[in-house]
Design a protein around this ligand. Structure first.
Ligand code: NI
Ligand code: MN
Length: 230
């Protein structure tokens, strides 16, 4: 069984045999019920360098002695801050501490708030495979047709999908994304953090149901978790 806890925005803590933290934007995240220093993690995965995803990665990584898995270019930037990194790239699977992380593409942009940065690498999505449960965190993205391929090849059990619009796909795109990937469960994210991404997740759930998709939509409040058994 794995437990998936939403920390608000795109931040999730997935707990099984290890604690995997994804996109830990905690400080300055108005939805986060936790403080960064309270978070315990064995492994941190970052989809791209934007501040609302990289967030407290460096501080939490140092405090927990946790390696950070991300795209190669971003890993070089973070490594300079004295954090252990696992740099990888799109299409690859890295096994760290018994957890498999597969990197897939995302339709978005990426930089990092740092001087003299030429490239912080492309934005990505990740599939975390722990204890036989596969969780696909799309990162920030629009819907893209290759999500069908991601669904066919990786068969994610759970999909974490942005619905907030403005910076990512909105509800219409997210419904199509769920249809293309066809996970067992989808959890909406990246909404209601800021005024421009205010959305009602019930509208997303209703739209998925009206389309007759087999995916169950689970809506979490920030801080709440969902248990998934194979
Ligand atoms: Ni972004
Ligand atoms: Mn974002």
């Amino acid at each position: 069984m794995v437990e998936i806890r939403w920390l608000g925005h795109a931040a999730f803590l997935i707990e099984g045999s290890k604690r995997v933290l994804i996109d830990p934007f905690i400080t300055g995240n108005p939805l986060s019920p936790f403080k960064a220093e309270e978070i315990k993690a064995d492994l941190i995965v970052v989809t791209h360098g934007h501040g609302d995803h990289l967030g407290d990665t460096v501080e939490i990584a140092k405090k927990n002695d946790a390696p950070v898995v991300c795209i190669h270019e971003l890993s070089r930037i973070i490594a300079k801050k004295g954090v252990e990194t696992v740099g990888m790239n799109i299409g690859g699977t890295a096994e760290v501490d018994g957890v498999k992380v597969t990197m897939v593409k995302a339709e978005h942009s990426a930089d990092v708030e740092e001087e003299s940065i030429i490239s912080a690498g492309d934005p990505t999505g990740v599939i975390v495979d722990m204890d036989g449960v596969k969780v696909y965190h799309t990162g920030d993205t629009d819907v893209f047709y290759d999500m069908k391929l991601i669904g066919e090849i990786h068969k994610p059990d759970i999909m974490l999908v942005p619905i907030g619009d403005w910076y990512t796909m909105g509800i219409v795109g997210a419904v199509k994304a769920v249809e293309l990937v066809s996970p067992k469960v989808a959890i909406p994210m990246h909404y209601n953090t800021f005024p421009v991404i205010e959305k009602n997740p019930e509208d997303f759930k209703k739209a998925v149901e009206e389309r007759g998709l087999n995916t169950e939509i689970v809506i979490l409040k920030p801080g709440e978790s969902y248990n998934f058994k194979i």
